[in-house]
Ligand binder design. Sequence first.
Ligand SMILES: [Zn+2]
Length: 340
Amino acid sequence: MRSDLEALVRIPSVSNREFDQAFVEQSAEAVAALLRGAGLEDATVLRVPGGAPAVVGHHAAPTGAPTVLLYAHHDVQPAGEVGEWQTAPFEPTVRGDRLFGRGAADDKAGVVAHVGALRALAGELGVGVTVFVEGEEEVGSPTFLEFLRTHREALAADVVVVADATNWKVGVPGLTTSLRGLVSAVVDVAVLDHPIHSGMYGGPVLDAPTLLARLIATLHDDEGAVAVAGLVQGPDPVVDDDEDTFRADAGVLDGVRLAGSGPITARLWTRPALGVIGLDAPRVATASNTIAPRASALLSLRVAPGQDPDAALAALERHVREQAPFGAPVTFTTVDRGRA
Ligand SMILES: [Zn+2]
């Protein structure tokens, strides 16, 4: 299994369309071959127009037995700044007792876990099995619904097992029974109709990045809890984790205080989380002595289970408009919405 995982990690199947999609095709074919080798003889690559290649394979259900659908995805995120990696992103490398490489965990490990289970239970599955390995999860699954509609029959199942979440601890598996939803929106703050010289005009008018920063600062209270009215939060989970474990897992730097209060698991699972995942403002390297007329931020909001994503977006938009600093025009453009 490990060599199969390593072979998949070596294929840079980045589904972001700025990257060579031939590798996504290659990884789809590799996954189909693994599934065929594990007994799903009909495993093949399917797609809908404009979509990335997915892999679907079947083991027919014995009479009267249910069918289990096993899900994973074979595409990965871009490697980002390669210089920030301790080892080459697409060369799987063991450090300590961990295997590092882009997609080694998310989600090629999920693919290989399904393959390993099929191998281990070969000939005595006792249920029908459908494996569905998507190729565009990391870009928001743009053709997912169309794919489900088109291949409805091929994907029919009684229960779905998604291998694309975390374990509770290293060596301790977990079952994830709910996930937060995700919405995102671009907030654009404008202040001038053209850039002006900061020596001539600076003082009476604040630049757009400063105004945007002030707006962003209203999204959380002084403790770092989300301060947007109208966002719901669910009950605290029955399990909790200690702060030290979270700090170590997340790589929080010494001295940095954690945000919010209450159980760590509530902050992670049943309450909203809000962050800035992109910023457009003049670049430091090419900056000049001008007052920037506009600036934008891409806000990403994790929505607690139980809240409709459109209601969460409406609450966020209301907050952003009410908090518009210094009367500056703010535009709010929804980018994505997904249900908890
Ligand atoms: Zn994933």
